[in-house]
Design a protein around this ligand. Sequence first.
Ligand SMILES: [Zn+2]
Length: 266
Amino acid sequence: MPELPEVETVVRGLQNTIVGEKIMDLEAPWEKALVADDPYESIVGRVITGVSRRAKYIVIEMDEGFLLVHLRMTGKLTPVYPEKHVTVILHFESGNSLYFQDTRKFGRMVYTKDPQHALGHIGPEPLSADFTPDLFYQMLHGKKRLIKPLLLDQSFLAGLGNIYVDEALFQAAIQPLSVSLSIPKKRVYSLHSAIQSILSASIEAQGTTVLNFSHGDNRIGSYQEALEVYGRGDEPCLKCGTLIIKIKVGQRGTHYCASCQKKYTG
Ligand SMILES: [Zn+2]
């Protein structure tokens, strides 16, 4: 599933390709994927004025209204006709088009005049200047929850998914079943730094291609080569050689080193 770095990569590509385009027609071969009361009336004739990201949402700003795109499991936005699994198509005045391709068909493109309605409840952006180590400490110590599901909770912190949470907890040496308010300040600061450096490095590498992620014209990311713990169950820990453990935490495959990562519960 695309996480923050993958969505950011898609957004940067779209900023270079669709801003300024005027939408002249649209098709929704998979009707459910396009959520709008009156799609033609709301969308056709609009000019795209900007593309940005909030959490895992792609926010396409138009001269009137917004399209919020969530890629979910397998969604892709591509300028190249993908032949199969096309759910929505925007046709532009320039002759270019934008195709929403989605094998599993869970992705959605939602028209709204008020993006805050959908995005207002989401937690802080982990790469924003407002997200300081002290704020993170207050956030974690204001909750008594297991750290892994808490970090996956979009209303707590935006954009993190399974892969980057496992990686960040490994770098910060915190066991995934630790209780948020028991994690000492020094470890919280390490976790803050790990989250920011991992997300930045992954954006630099144009994301992680583990399951079906590609962007633009089927380019793929390369951060999977830098993963230290995710997907390495039963392989030796890169720091100490102990075999990496894989468990389920809230249905999600979770990888950690029982020797390097300390469990804080008391
Ligand atoms: Zn280890």
